[in-house]
Design a protein around this ligand. Sequence first.
Ligand code: ADP
Ligand code: MG
Length: 461
Amino acid sequence: MLAEKSGARGENLPFLARGCCWRISWAARWGGSVNREQVWDGWASNIAESPRRPCDLHYREPMTSAADDLRSAVAEAITVQIPNEVDESRLPRKLAIHLTADRLVREALAAGHAGTADIAEVTAFGAGNTAMMVARVHAQMAYVVKVDTSPSIVREAHLLRRMATDPSLPAATRTAFPSVFAIDDTPPLFGYLMELVEGAEPLHHALRRQDPGTTDLFTGLWTQILAPAYDATKNARLAHNVREDYFVRARGRLESAAAEGAIPQPDQPLVIDDGNRTVTIAGGWRAAIHQAEDLLEAARPTFGTWVHGDPNPENVLWTGSPGSGNTYRLLDPKDWWTGDYLFDIAKLGHYTVVTAPTEAGNVTATVAEVGDRHEISYDAAAFAWGRSVERSLLGLVAPFASDSGDSRWAQRYHLAFAANLLGIAGPRAQRARASGESDQARLAAVALGSGLMALADAGAT
Ligand SMILES: Nc1ncnc2c1ncn2[C@@H]1O[C@H](COP(=O)(O)OP(=O)(O)O)[C@@H](O)[C@H]1O
Ligand SMILES: [Mg+2]
């Protein structure tokens, strides 16, 4: 029934059902008058994942009415099957999560949202029918349900709705966001149910494979979805204090990791060696971030735009349609709405250059305490492929920046790139310390080292 994903939000993500599919079969009978008989095969017992089959085009007309019937029939059946007043807080965790998902499905269906309902097959019964048609209809519906203990998921759902409908965004950007059909805003578990983006692949898979088509995917994403939205919403009145978005959160996270001893202390001298060059950060990471904030102040944008907030490649899905190019869908926006477009771009950049190859196990790293200093060494040779993709992406961004009068964008990009990496170093180091996971320790070391290297590139050491 529900294919679950876990772990992306650590403690806080109990449940994300990627494909929530029902296979429903019932006998439908159409005659001169409405005379319908439905056989509901049972709520839980009949739920299964199955490959989709194309609709039988011979039955296009009846199928349309079958889909309409399906909505109310299934809603009715589910309403009967699931008790209304169950206290989630008294249920075992897994059951409570499933109950939240069930409620969301029922609410969506009751509102007539059948998701990607597909009538897969309409088969006429054999002999003996006097009505115009007596046929067995097989249908399948699919949604995605996201459940979490944090009420921020409710804000996320409302934000998705706004992003899908706000007329200030170009139509192509609006349609990139999945439709949200139901929201559960009652504690202890919160959730929402949305359209399943079927047959799409997350962009990070292409990065993992080092797919030669990745550059084209980035170009399509920029050209079709991101740039038009930045352009349409660019406004000097939206220029805000980017300090908060860039470094405040990253510094807070590093401080709590340092307090646990998971990363070097804020004022401990650091030597970073990426296999190609060595940079010494004599005053430690806190002073370097301080200096970076001054540089950011000088390079801050004079306008703000709509932003996604976290368009890292795991939150971008794409499908290729022969002849008409690729289609892009966006998930999981941060609840900022406005911000610095370059911070969005740095989400793509840092992931492409550093995070993807490190998570794929292509980067070696060591951390050593030598006297009073920490030495972080990693092999940046594995970043080369990602750098070439990043270069082409920045080649697209440059004219937009120039047309917008954003003359300091290149320096600010280094800062945004660094801020993103420094933002993940602390939590990954804490996770490695708690669980002993060596891949988390490696990512923490590489993120800290390359984040500080990017600060050096921007002029803060
Ligand atoms: N509507 C959807 N359609 C298809 N896949 C989805 C959908 N929503 C989420 N996913 C898949 O689940 C992953 C995690 O979802 P996401 O909303 O980004 O959760 P998280 O907050 O944990 O990052 C995505 O990267 C994507 O692969
Ligand atoms: Mg995500």
